[in-house]
Design a protein around this ligand. Structure first.
Ligand code: ADP
Ligand code: MG
Length: 695
C-alpha cells in the first residue's frame, strides 16, 4: 500500500494541470460558462503518477477536493475572454475524468457495498431522465430572531442549516432563496446494456445524479459510460433500506454500439464451416424453439428477422429505408406464441421481452409522467422499442398496449423513432428495433374467415406496418394432435432424463427436440451475419421480385389492390435477410424465392379469396369483408336460422335457401358447407343433416 500522501504529492496535481491541461484551461477561458470542466484522461494521469491514479480510484473524495483546490488557484491564470471577476467564488471549474481502462468497468449488478465511496465506471443504457431542477449549493440563512446571516455550503441532498446562530445561539433559520446560489441538478436512471446480458437475464438498474454542465446532456435510450462515485441515499421515510446511486463525475458517450458478443477465431471458423453446409438455413430454422411443434413458416420468418435486411440503405433523397423486419403472430390462446417469443429473446444476440400490458415504466415507446423519481417534476421514460434499439423487441400481448403507445407506435415501427411532445418536453429518440409481436383475438378464438382487423384490438394501419403476419391456429386434426402430443411429451421426458440416461437414449430422445445447432453457436452466427454481411440484390433477384409483385397486383380480385409498395419493400428486406442467413454478400434467386414463398404463405392463410384464387390485401388490412367471407357467413346464418325449425337441419334445405334468397349456386353452397365442417363450425350428426357448433 502506498504511504500517506504528502504535500509534495498534492503538488503533483499542479504540475499535472500545467503540463497536461493547458488546452483545456484555455478552452474554459474562451467558452465559460458553456464549458466549465477540465477533462482529464485517466490513463494519462495514471502514467504521470500511478499513485495519484490509484488514489483517485480508492479515495476519490479526497483527490477530487485537491483537484478543485488546484483549479481554484489556476483560475487566476485563465485568460477569460469575457470580463470576469476571477476572485468571484461563483465561477466554478470542475475536474472531470474520462478514459478508464476496460478492466476498471463494472456491471451495474456488481456495484456492491464494497464499492461505496470508490470511483467506478459503468456502461449503461439511459432509461429515465428527470427535469433539470435547481439545487442549493450555497445556502444563505438568516436567524429568525436576530436576523444574523450565516452561509453554509451544501454537500448533501437534504438541506443543512447552520447548527446554531453565532449571534444569539438559537437554532431557527430561514433560507434566503434570492441570495442563495443554485446549481443545476438532474437525476437519470440507467440499466445494463442488453447485449451484455446472458440469454433471458433481467437488466439491473441504478440511479445517477448529474450536476451543472452534466445536466441536460442525455436522452432516454442513449448509451453512456458513467464515471463517478458510488453512494448511498438515505431512506425517504424513516425506513432502513438505503438506495445506491452514482454521483457522476463525468459521462462519456459511446458513438458505437457497445462491445457486442465476442467471437473468437475458433468460433469464426465454426461459423464459416456451418455456412458452407447446403442445409444451413434449414438447420437454423430447426434450431429456433425446437421444443415447439410445427409453426415452421413462422420460425423461418423469425430466422430471417434475426438477421434483418441490409442496413443503412438510403434513397437518393436521403430518406432511410427500414432494414428491420417486423413480424406479428396472431391467433388462438395456448398455441405457444408466448413460448416462442421467450425462446427467441434468449436466442437473439440483443433483445428484450415485454408484455404490452405491463411493459415496465416506459411502455412500448416513451412516456412522460410525474413520479417519485422525478422529485415532483416530470420524468421522461424510454419504452421497449427505444431500449431495444439496434436489436429485437419481443412484445407479447401486443393488443393490450396502453393508450399513449397506440398513437406513438406507428412512427416507431415505420420511421424507427419515437417523438415526445408533452409538458414542455420535445424530444425524438432512436427506436431502431425489429419487433416480434404476439396478439390474442378479442373473442377468444381466431376466425380465418373474418378479417384480422375485426378480431384484434389492433388498427389496420398498424397491422400494415408488419412485414409478415402469421395466424397461429389451433386446428382440429388428429394426426397433428398425435404428433404434437408426442413432441411435447418427448421434450418433457428429455429434460427429466437427461441427467441419468445413457448416451444412446439421449440421442433417440433428442430426435426432433434438440436443436441441430447449439444455441450459443447460433447466437454468434447471427451476430456474425449482422456484423459482416451487407448483401446487394442481383439482377435475377430484382427481376424475380418485380415480376412477382406486378403479377400479384394483377391477380387482385374485384379491383381491390392486393399489394402496396410497402409489401415490395418487405419482399426486399426478407430476400436480403435470406442472403445474410447464408452469409452471402449477394441476394440471389433462391433468396427471392424464399421471401416470395413466405409472403405467399401469409396471403394464403389470411388474405386469399379462396374461390377466385385472387389475393386481397384488404382482407388483412381493412375492415370490409369481401365476397367469400360474406357467403360463408350467409351459409352459417342460414343453418342457424333453420335450427329454429329443425333439430338437425337437412342439407337440402340449406341449399334451397342459399339459392333462393342469396343467389349462391348449389355447388358453391356445398363447398362452403364442407369448409365450415372442416373448420369445425358445422358438423354432421347424421348423413345429409347438419348442425352448428356453439362456442
Ligand atoms: P399463447 O401465448 O399462444 O397463449 P403459450 O405460449 O402460453 O400460448 O403456450 C401454452 C402452452 O402450450 C405452453 O406450455 C406451450 O409450450 C404449449 N404448446 C402449445 N402449442 C405447442 C406446440 N405447438 N408445441 C409445443 N408446445 C406447445
Ligand atoms: Mg400468451
Amino acid at each position: 500500500m502506498p504511504a500517506e500522501t504528502s504535500e509534495m504529492e498534492w503538488d503533483d496535481i499542479d504540475t499535472f494541470l500545467t503540463e497536461h491541461c493547458k488546452d483545456e484551461l484555455n478552452l474554459i477561458g474562451q467558452h465559460y460558462p458553456k464549458k466549465q470542466a477540465v477533462l482529464i484522461d485517466f490513463q494519462e494521469l495514471e502514467e504521470f503518477s500511478p499513485h495519484l491514479g490509484e488514489k483517485l480510484l480508492n479515495n476519490p473524495d479526497e483527490v477530487i477536493a485537491e483537484f478543485n483546490k488546484a483549479l481554484e488557484k489556476e483560475k487566476a491564470h485563465i485568460p477569460f475572454s469575457k470580463a470576469m471577476d476571477r476572485a468571484n467564488e461563483d465561477i466554478r471549474i470542475y475536474a472531470r475524468f474520462f478514459n478508464f481502462p476496460q478492466e476498471q468497468q463494472i456491471m451495474i449488478r456488481d456495484c456492491t457495498s464494497h464499492h461505496l465511496g470508490k470511483f467506478i465506471s459503468v456502461q449503461g443504457l439511459v432509461t429515465k431522465i428527470t427535469d433539470v431542477l435547481p439545487r442549493v449549493w450555497k445556502g444563505v440563512f438568516v436567524c429568525k430572531r436576530c436576523k444574523r446571516e450565516t452561509i453554509v455550503i451544501q454537500t448533501d441532498k437534504t438541506i443543512k442549516p447552520p447548527p446554531v446562530c453565532e449571534g444569539c445561539g438559537r437554532k431557527e433559520f430561514d433560507l434566503v432563496a434570492e441570495r442563495s446560489k443554485f446549481s443545476n441538478f438532474q437525476k437519470i436512471e440507467v440499466q445494463e446494456p442488453l447485449e451484455m446480458l446472458k440469454g433471458g437475464e433481467q437488466a439491473k438498474r441504478i440511479s445517477v445524479w448529474l450536476e451543472e454542465d452534466l445536466t441536460n446532456k442525455v436522452l432516454p435510450g442513449q448509451r453512456i459510460i458513467i464515471n463517478g462515485i458510488l453512494r448511498l441515499e438515505p431512506p425517504k421515510y424513516k425506513g432502513t433500506v438505503y438506495q445506491k446511486y452514482i454521483e457522476a463525475n463525468n459521462i462519456e458517450f459511446t458513438e458505437f454500439e457497445f462491445e457486442e458478443l465476442e467471437i473468437s477465431e475458433e468460433e469464426e471458423k465454426k461459423i464459416k464451416e456451418l455456412a458452407e453446409d447446403p442445409k444451413v438455413v434449414d438447420k437454423i430454422i430447426d434450431s429456433i424453439a425446437p421444443s415447439i411443434y410445427g409453426h415452421r413458416e413462422a420460425k423461418e420468418a423469425i430466422a430471417l428477422q434475426l438477421c434483418g435486411g441490409t442496413p443503412n440503405k438510403r434513397l437518393p433523397d436521403g430518406m432511410k429505408i427500414r432494414d428491420n423486419i417486423h413480424i406479428l403472430l396472431i391467433g388462438d390462446p395456448g398455441t405457444a406464441k408466448s413460448q416462442m417469443l421467450k425462446y427467441v429473446d434468449r436466442l437473439a444476440p440483443k433483445s428484450l421481452y415485454v408484455s404490452g400490458k405491463s411493459a415496465t415504466g416506459g411502455g412500448l415507446t416513451a412516456i412522460a409522467e410525474k413520479d417519485e423519481f422525478g422529485e415532483g417534476g416530470w420524468v421522461l421514460k424510454a419504452g421497449a422499442l427505444v431500449l431495444a434499439s439496434g436489436g429485437l423487441a419481443c412484445i407479447d400481448e401486443f393488443d393490450k398496449m396502453g393508450e399513449e403507445d397506440r398513437s406513438a407506435i406507428h412512427e416507431a415501427l415505420e420511421q424507427q423513432t419515437v417523438s415526445v411532445a408533452k409538458a414542455g418536453i420535445i424530444a425524438t429518440f432512436r427506436a431502431d428495433s425489429a419487433v416480434l409481436a404476439a396478439a390474442n383475438p378479442k373473442y377468444s378464438r381466431f376466425d380465418p374467415y373474418k378479417p384480422p382487423a375485426d378480431q384484434f384490438d389492433i388498427p389496420p394501419t398498424l397491422i400494415s406496418r408488419f412485414d409478415l403476419i402469421f395466424p397461429v391456429k389451433d386446428v382440429l386434426d388428429e394426426t397433428r394432435d398425435q404428433e404434437l402430443a408426442t413432441h411435447i411429451l418427448n421434450s418433457h421426458r428429455l429434460s427429466q432424463t437427461l441427467a441419468k440416461a445413457s448416451e444412446e437414449d439421449i440421442e433417440t430422445l433428442k430426435e426432433g427436440v434438440a436443436p441441430p445447432i447449439d444455441p450459443e453457436l447460433l447466437k454468434r452466427y447471427i451476430a456474425y451475419a449482422r456484423r459482416t454481411c451487407h448483401p446487394v440484390l442481383t439482377d435475377e433477384a430484382i427481376t424475380r421480385l418485380k415480376n412477382y409483385y406486378v403479377d400479384l397486383r394483377k391477380r387482385g380480385s374485384g379491383g381491390s389492390v392486393p399489394l402496396t409498395p410497402r409489401q415490395l419493400e418487405a419482399l426486399v428486406r426478407l430476400s436480403e435477410a435470406s442472403a445474410k442467413l447464408r452469409l452471402s454478400d449477394k441476394v440471389e434467386m433462391m433468396d427471392a424465392e424464399r421471401a416470395i414463398k413466405l409472403v405467399e404463405f401469409v396471403l394464403r392463410e389470411v388474405g386469399m379469396e379462396r374461390e377466385t384464387g385472387g389475393f386481397d390485401i384488404d382482407r388483412i388490412m381493412s375492415e370490409h369483408p369481401k365476397s367469400e367471407r360474406d357467403r360463408i357467413y350467409t351459409i352459417l346464418s342460414i343453418v342457424k336460422g333453420l335450427e329454429e325449425e329443425y333439430d338437425m337441419v337437412p342439407r337440402e334445405r340449406v341449399l334451397e335457401e342459399a339459392q333462393e334468397y342469396h343467389n349462391i349456386d348449389n355447388r358453391t353452397a356445398e363447398k362452403l358447407i364442407q369448409e365450415l365442417i372442416n373448420k369445425g363450425d358445422l358438423y354432421e350428426p347424421r348423413h345429409g343433416h347438419i348442425k352448428s357448433v356453439n362456442r
